[in-house]
Design a protein. Sequence first.
Length: 409
Amino acid sequence: MNKAYVIVGASLAGAKAAETLRQEGFDGPLVLIGDETELPYERPPLSKDYLLGKAEREMIYVHPQSWYAEHGVDLRLGVPVAGIDPAAHEVTLADESRVGYAKLLLATGSSPRRLPVPGSDSGGVLYLRRVADSDRIKLTYQTASRVVVIGAGWIGLETAAAARSAGVEVTVLEAGELPLLRVLGREVAQVFADLHRDHGVDLRFGVQVAEITESGGRADGVQLADGSRFDADAVIVGVGITPNIQLAEAAGLEVGNGVVVDARLRSSDPDVYAAGDVANAYHPGLGRHIRVEHWANALNQPQTAARTMLGQDVVYDRVPYFYTDQYDLGMEYAGYVEPGGYDQVVFRGDLERREFIAFWLARGRVLAGMNVNIWDVNDAIQAVVRNGRTADADRLANPEIPLEQVLGD
Ligand SMILES: Cc1cc2nc3c(=O)[nH]c(=O)nc-3n(C[C@H](O)[C@H](O)[C@H](O)COP(=O)(O)OP(=O)(O)OC[C@H]3O[C@@H](n4cnc5c(N)ncnc54)[C@H](O)[C@@H]3O)c2cc1C
Ligand SMILES: NC(=O)c1ccc[n+]([C@@H]2O[C@H](COP(=O)([O-])OP(=O)(O)OC[C@H]3O[C@@H](n4cnc5c(N)ncnc54)[C@H](O)[C@@H]3O)[C@@H](O)[C@H]2O)c1
């Protein structure tokens, strides 16, 4: 029987799984296969320090090149996996070679949604997922005088902030009523709208993009359904992602908003696992499946998947966490709130100065907390979220009461 452990997707989740397998003593063949030609890298800098020219390329890599050979990881880059044969325990690569596996981890991540309007394939229409995309946007900011950003989610807001830092005029066109509305709700979404307006971004909400116009094959503006038009030297599109489930689906695994896995990150096939952006995992603390599209999940979840692959009895139950940096605002968020799934927001600190903690509550229970320009408090916020007891809003709001004592005895 084949003894190899195979990981498909050579990015953060894939590289972390390989690392944990070796740390935990797995000494069999280990194959990490990715369709990008780049060594496994982290994506957050691509819309922040790397895009801003403040970080060198070397700092994005999960491990230096030598690490893979030193740890006996057979790293195969630039080659997509084309199919999985669960019965034969084999994956087929695009070059038609086959690799057998004893256990298989899917860490195939996600891909940007394309904007389904005329002109969205013109030159100068830029998406951001890979390091080459970030290079293209950085280059664009050196020559463009104005850009239009479609979507006021994470990509839209972070690239808008980087554009302003490069002195480029920015219009952001968002279908919803506020930026990040589904994630943060109205009260906190407003903070991000104010932040960007204060930095000179022209934010437009409730818009319907009809067309990206072009001249000579290059985007030169965006036309809205109401007839209004915005000129642009380039258009950046950040309208969400879809999980890369194609391999899993074709192999007959259970899929639904990602590859469906249990709290141990096992798929419906006993020898196939999934982690990172692509995994829709049962979360014991929340009592439901969630798919998290953030860095900390891609960093930590594969460690659990790797241990499960080795037969250890572990579950993934970390509090979901993410962060952003935009202009002089840095924040961390811990917890999980369904869109509209809260009935109260409590602020502690100074909202005007953007130095505060926000808590989202439902029936008195703290579902999530976010620290903005206040540091070394996120562990305490996670403890409050994990605790699950009802909280007193006055105590939460009172900065005199340490977060560790906010729930009382
Ligand atoms: C620009 C940017 C900035 C971000 N900033 C933040 C941030 O500040 N904070 C935060 O919390 N999160 C951030 N994120 C989100 C975070 O980067 C993702 O959650 C994380 O990259 C997910 O990692 P992953 O390894 O699961 O998937 P991915 O990073 O998507 O990697 C999957 C890999 O698998 C490859 N692959 C797919 N299919 C195949 C196949 N069939 N064969 C071979 N290879 C395949 C893909 O090409 C890719 O290389 C950011 C994302 C982007 C794009
Ligand atoms: N700091 C971070 O955590 C961070 C940073 C960058 C990227 N990411 C991740 O990268 C992925 C992609 O980010 P994203 O910003 O593309 O997705 P997103 O889901 O965060 O935001 C997409 C935004 O586009 C809007 N939108 C959708 N269709 C539209 C249309 N036709 N016209 C105008 N607006 C439209 C949505 O209302 C939403 O506000 C996500 O998984 C995200 O979590 C995370």
